[in-house]
Design a protein around this ligand. Structure first.
Ligand SMILES: NC(=O)c1ccc[n+]([C@@H]2O[C@H](COP(=O)([O-])OP(=O)(O)OC[C@H]3O[C@@H](n4cnc5c(N)ncnc54)[C@H](OP(=O)(O)O)[C@@H]3O)[C@@H](O)[C@H]2O)c1
Length: 247
């Protein structure tokens, strides 16, 4: 039977509050600047403004990161600058290396990337920062906007356990969010509870407070130009998200 609006709203309220409860429990026992999760191997595919900034912050909080793009010289230079926990390689090597993968490439690159990676992302937690812009990314972006970017990313990256995050916020301050931990809310969306939990810990480690706005259908709101876009406190993100229509 189809969910009524009230049931859907109640479900979303529970989703929004459950991540908050984990946050409160964690922040009660750790100093604000401390990394909140054990060292994790992270593959970054797309080491530009988003991937470079977030990967750099993950290294800072004790994780091991392999950066990749189509420019290995750039990635080697970045890894050399960041020290022993940073590595460089191909996208396939990043997919193999990471327990978690951050994908931060132009959306139009996903179809080819998905084909070339084959099953390498199967079962992996993939944080999808990619935003579809038809003018930049072509037809696939039009489809992602119509069907929801999370759904289409899942189709393009077979078997990946996708959590959308880092989409609705500018890259310029991503690398310094750790200076004000927990002050800015990071709207996230996904279907896989374990993947969401792991992604949430890593998001917290770079200084944002994750706020689950719902499943992949709600991921359509994680884009520039929606009410969630821009920097908001965690409470504001929850308030805005609660008013959004469940598709
Ligand atoms: N900039 C923002 O404020 C912002 C905020 C939130 C989300 N986003 C989204 O995040 C994604 C990345 O944005 P960005 O600003 O970081 O872009 P960017 O600075 O242009 O970085 C894109 C990265 O992806 C790599 N790349 C491109 N095609 C690739 C492929 N086929 N295989 C492997 N790597 C590839 C690029 O390197 P090579 O070209 O050398 O391969 C580069 O390292 C986009 O979808 C964007 O819409 C951006």
């Amino acid at each position: 039977m189809k969910n009524t609006g009230i049931d859907a709203d109640r479900r979303r309220f529970l989703e929004l509050t459950s991540i908050t409860a984990v946050t409160i429990a964690t922040s009660a026992v750790l100093p604000a600047w401390a990394a909140t999760s054990a060292s994790t191997r992270i593959g970054v595919i797309g080491s530009g403004k988003v991937g470079g900034a977030i990967g750099r912050s993950w290294i800072r909080s004790g994780h091991e990161v392999l950066f990749s793009s189509r420019n290995i010289d750039h990635d080697k230079a970045l890894a050399a600058e960041l020290g022993a926990k940073a590595h460089a390689g191909t996208a396939a090597e990043a997919a193999a290396f990471g327990e978690v993968i951050l994908i931060a490439v132009p959306y139009g690159a996903l179809p080819e990337l998905g084909k070339s990676l084959g099953n390498a992302l199967k079962g992996k937690v993939v944080i999808d920062a990619c935003n579809p812009f038809p003018q930049r990314d072509g037809e696939i972006a039009t489809r992602a906007r119509a069907q929801g970017a999370g759904r289409v990313s899942a189709e393009l990256l077979p078997g990946a356990r996708i959590v959308r995050a880092f989409n609705a916020i500018g890259a310029a301050r991503m690398g310094s969010a750790y200076e004000t931990p927990g002050k800015i809310g990071m709207p996230i969306a996904g279907d896989d509870a374990q993947a969401i939990e792991l992604a949430a810990r890593l998001i917290r480690d770079v200084g944002y407070e994750p706020v689950l706005v719902g499943n992949q259908e709600m991921g359509k709101y994680l884009l520039p130009g929606t009410p969630l876009a821009g920097e908001h406190t965690p409470a504001e993100v929850r308030e805005i998200a609660a008013k959004l229509k469940t598709p």
